[in-house]
Design a protein around this ligand. Structure first.
Ligand SMILES: NC(=O)c1ccc[n+]([C@@H]2O[C@H](COP(=O)([O-])OP(=O)(O)OC[C@H]3O[C@@H](n4cnc5c(N)ncnc54)[C@H](O)[C@@H]3O)[C@@H](O)[C@H]2O)c1
Length: 259
């Protein structure tokens, strides 16, 4: 008879205890929601963000289980220095959640795209995620354990008109996830993405209303997702329980994506 007792492995709070997580874009929005949830589980969280004002408040809100590190993810030097400082103190990095992201200019057609803006969006959303990945993967390989989550977007799967730079960068993040998941599939490291539809964070508040309406109208659930729904899904993806899924893009779109 099959032994199902191992199904429970890694579900309790003990499974989280002692873990160290890096959350890029952790000063606000979805990154902060995930960081707060992980800290409640007993994970020490390093918040990497460019906004020092928000960073301090976010770290204070979480308390002793958080550290604020001012990091621009487009700077390999800054990212490597932050990872080295964290390793020197904790000797391990178990989780990386790449939540730092920007939309760039939106509600414009492709012929209106400013190339400098396009480059900046690709730099933060795609290259920044790779830079953070490269800064932590060595430590994960040493311990043969890791959970990496790249926050992509439904726009990367579907392509949102008016958002060329953003949609292209998120499609590339999904492509990167497929490659990385396969490359490390024989190790204890799991690398996945998540593709949310609209969740009302500051990033969305900054978008033109017309662009937001375009995106929300496409959600069959007829509502936006919530921070808690993101944190809940992301928590599973970076947990020890998520042991046999890698290279995959999880859905969080209220029915918009069915693949
Ligand atoms: N909110 C949504 O509807 C939604 C939907 C799909 C995907 N996403 C993705 O989720 C992630 C989080 O977005 P959010 O909605 O929480 O936005 P947000 O603006 O609330 O948070 C993003 C954080 O990233 C930080 N950041 C920006 N550039 C950075 C850089 N160069 N280095 C370090 N940090 C930087 C910002 O300061 C901010 O704190 C992004 O990748 C976004 O594209 C969001």
């Amino acid at each position: 008879m099959s032994d199902f007792s191992s199904d429970e492995q890694g579900t309790g709070s003990d499974a989280w205890s002692g873990q160290v997580a890096v959350i890029t874009g952790g000063a606000d929005g979805l990154g902060l929601a995930l960081a707060s949830r992980l800290a409640r589980r007993g994970v020490f969280v390093a918040l990497w963000d460019i906004r020092s004002d928000k960073l301090e408040k976010a770290a204070q809100r979480i308390g002793a289980m958080a550290i604020a590190q001012k990091v621009d993810v487009t700077s390999a030097g800054q990212v490597q220095a932050a990872a080295a400082a964290l390793r020197a103190k904790h000797a391990r990095i178990d989780i990386l959640a790449n939540c730092a992201g920007i939309t760039g200019k939106t509600n414009i057609k492709s012929h209106e795209v400013d190339l400098a803006d396009f480059d900046h969006v690709m730099n933060v959303n795609l290259r920044g995620s790779l830079i953070a990945f490269q800064a932590v993967i060595g430590t994960m390989l040493e311990r043969n354990y890791g959970r990496i989550l790249h926050v992509a977007s439904i726009s990367g799967k579907e392509g949102n008109a008016g958002m060329l730079a953003y949609s292209t960068s998120k499609a590339a993040v999904i492509g990167m996830t497929k490659v990385q998941g396969k490359e490390y599939a024989e190790t204890g490291i799991r690398i996945n993405a998540i593709a949310p539809a609209v969740i009302r964070t500051e990033m969305v508040a900054m978008l033109p209303e017309e662009q937001v309406r375009y995106m929300t109208d496409k959600i069959p659930s007829k509502r936006c997702g919530t921070m808690e729904e993101f944190a809940s899904a992301a928590e599973f993806i970076v947990s020890p329980r998520n042991s046999f899924t890698t290279a995959f893009t999880f859905d969080l779109s209220g029915g918009r994506a069915v693949y």
